[in-house]
Design a protein around this ligand. Structure first.
Ligand code: CA
Length: 231
């Protein structure tokens, strides 16, 4: 999940970004309404966290503009204006949720999860393909060892770095569809983060060493794919 965070309070923005990144989100931050609209002209985000009190353009106008552009990305409004009136206005303008400052990080995370579930990319689910199982919430990956002669199914945890996990998640969530290097990179790095040109290849190499043979397939010149298991 890639989030566009629109917040002019630098301290709050940094704290939010840190917490969200720790939870496995990719977060791009802008501090002006106009910059948010510019950023959204290129579709690359899954969700927007929007402050209302922005220095150049009121958040409600940003929201209005987003919806006028037929952009239906989920928007969570984050603001110190906690009057019922501004809340109703925000929701009327097409916000999906509303959180009054000061808010509890746990509450924001819970609301993000609601939106994720609605988008069908819930981070509470278990994805299992062939012998590989991933818990996207606890960030754990397991290898299932099931031998027919053996009634017991062994489950072994495999440890990956955060980025390796995110590459695997991108591929498993899109099983059956080829993911280009650029698509994978967009899920790993936020703006301004330095990306080595072979970073994805390096992560894939590490993943392959610990996963079943041919689990991740290379489609030459196009990208990578994990195939759905044959039924
Ligand atoms: Ca503000």
């Amino acid at each position: 999940m890639r989030i566009l965070l629109v917040e002019d309070d630098q301290g709050l923005a940094e704290a939010l970004q840190q917490s969200l990144v720790r939870e496995g989100f990719v977060v791009d931050h802008v501090s002006r309404g106009k910059l948010a609209l510019t950023a959204l002209a290129v579709p690359s985000h899954d969700m927007i966290i929007l402050d209302l009190g922005l220095p150049d353009l009121d958040g409600l106008l940003v929201l209005k503009e987003i919806r006028a552009n037929k952009n239906d990305l989920p928007v969570i409004i984050l603001t110190a204006r906690d009057s019922v009136d501004s809340k109703v206005k925000g929701l009327d303008y097409g916000a999906d949720d509303y959180l009054a400052k000061p808010f509890d990080m746990q509450e924001l995370l819970a609301r993000l999860r609601v939106i994720e579930r609605r988008l069908g990319t819930a981070n509470s689910s278990l994805i299992t393909i062939d012998r590989v199982s991933m818990d996207t919430k606890s960030h754990k990956v397991y290898l299932l060892d099931c031998q027919e002669s053996n009634e017991q199914q062994d489950v072994n945890e495999v440890h990956f770095s955060k980025k390796e996990f995110m590459v695997l998640k991108a591929l498993m969530e899109n099983a059956g569809r080829i993911q280009s290097r650029e698509q994978i990179e967009s899920k790993l790095y936020q703006w301004g983060e330095e990306v080595l040109s072979n970073a994805v290849e390096v992560h894939i190499h590490k993943l392959r060493k610990n996963l079943p043979n041919k689990f991740i397939q290379n489609v030459r010149g196009v990208g990578y794919i994990i195939n759905h298991p044959k039924h």
